[in-house]
Design a protein around this ligand. Structure first.
Ligand SMILES: C[S@@+](CC[C@H](N)C(=O)[O-])C[C@H]1O[C@@H](n2cnc3c(N)ncnc32)[C@H](O)[C@@H]1O
Length: 205
């Protein structure tokens, strides 16, 4: 049986104590501990970035030589760091997202992270379907944004579309793993696709 959902769980309190804007911070920290994707000096785009805890972690690791761009439907409270930029946009509006990123000099990037999530209804098929659409779009944007060799990390709720999205991602990256951080709630279907070594224009069959 899944554990009952506790709104103020251990990670919620830990995030508060450590000054992170959301408990999601711990998911990215676990992904980073396992895969060591983020490095000083990198340029990263974070999709579904509000309120900004992924951005906090990324900004800390890439440092002053690196740059981070967060995109969300919601306004993200500004950061003090000058190398963190944010944009209010719908990720399905590809032209708007790409134009603004390009205008800000984010033409080719080292990594794309996505913690995008739909507003959940509690209806599993609906929620997992919407999550798969978001992750598929994040993956598509990553193929436009990434340098060859770059990485993509995308949250997805496991459901009937999961394998299809995973297969598409596998076609464009050297190595693809599925990773569920401990800090993802036990009751949740959420997991992360971690894709390494973007192949550029090559497509694996
Ligand atoms: C779980 S939250 C992200 C938390 C964030 N990673 C952090 O660490 O603070 C998911 C976000 O996805 C955003 N989102 C959902 N659909 C979106 C869309 N179509 N375009 C842009 N953002 C979207 C939501 O507004 C929400 O802020």
């Amino acid at each position: 049986m899944p554990k009952p959902y506790q709104v103020q769980d251990k990670y919620f309190q830990l995030a508060k104590d450590k000054g992170y804007r959301a408990r999601s911070a711990f998911k990215l920290l676990e992904i980073q501990e396992k895969f060591r994707l983020l490095k000083p000096g990198q340029t990263i785009v974070d999709l579904g970035a509000a309120p900004g805890s992924f951005l906090q972690i990324i900004a800390e690791i890439v440092g002053q030589r690196g740059r981070v761009f967060g995109v969300d439907l919601q306004v993200i409270d500004p950061f003090d760091e000058p190398n963190v930029k944010t944009l209010v946009a719908d990720i399905f509006d590809k032209d708007q997202v790409m134009d603004i990123l390009k205008a800000s000099g984010f033409e080719k990037v080292d990594g794309v992270t996505s913690d995008l999530a739909p507003k959940t209804s509690g209806i599993k098929d609906l929620d997992t379907g919407l999550s798969a659409e978001l992750t598929d779009q994040a993956f598509y944007l990553s193929t436009l944004l990434l340098k060859q060799g770059g990485f993509f990390v995308g949250k997805i709720f496991e459901g009937s579309e999961f394998q299809k999205v995973l297969k598409r991602v596998k076609g464009r990256f050297r190595e693809v793993k599925v990773f569920k951080p401990d800090s993802s709630r036990d009751r949740s279907y959420e997991t992360y696709i971690v894709a390494l070594g973007f192949l550029g224009d090559r497509i694996k069959t």
